[in-house]
Design a protein around this ligand. Structure first.
Ligand code: HEC
Length: 104
């Protein structure tokens, strides 16, 4: 196999491995949510403090159900706007699962 062919096989493999349009929950969270909730879920960023986001690393901060979480992401809650136009219900569920992992 010459190097050119190898290169095209490699780039084809990379294309297949690329994530779907949505990317993954971690990427979306970093882009759209970390500004308030913080990269580590603490909510201690400037925006997080201003909007009074909870600390998701504590049991207290996680005191909401998955259903409430999905609803908050899609329809918004307090200072947080809803993401219905950008995020599907399945993605909202993935984001909730991602946020749950902040609590050690
Ligand atoms: C403008 C700041 C802001 C942004 C951006 C933001 N949130 Fe929020 N979020 C809040 C606030 C404020 C609340 C309600 C207060 C609270 O209870 O933490 C909240 C509530 C929530 C809740 C409900 C649980 C709870 O704490 O009451 C979830 C789940 C959530 N956000 C996830 C997300 C996700 C996922 C994103 C990104 C798609 C996001 N948030 C973006 C500020 C924000």
């Amino acid at each position: 196999m010459n190097w050119k062919l190898q290169a095209s096989v490699l780039s084809a493999a990379l294309l297949i491995a690329a994530p779907a349009a949505f990317g993954d929950a971690a990427e979306l969270y970093g882009k759209s949510c970390a500004s308030c909730h913080g990269k580590d879920g603490k909510g201690d960023s400037v925006m997080g403090k201003k909007s009074k986001a909870r600390d998701y690393t504590t049991a207290e901060g996680q005191k909401w159900t998955d259903e409430e979480g999905v609803k908050a992401i899609l329809e918004g809650k307090e200072k947080m706007k809803g993401y219905k136009e950008k995020v599907t219900e399945a993605e909202a569920k993935e984001l909730v699962a991602y946020i749950r992992k902040f609590k050690k």
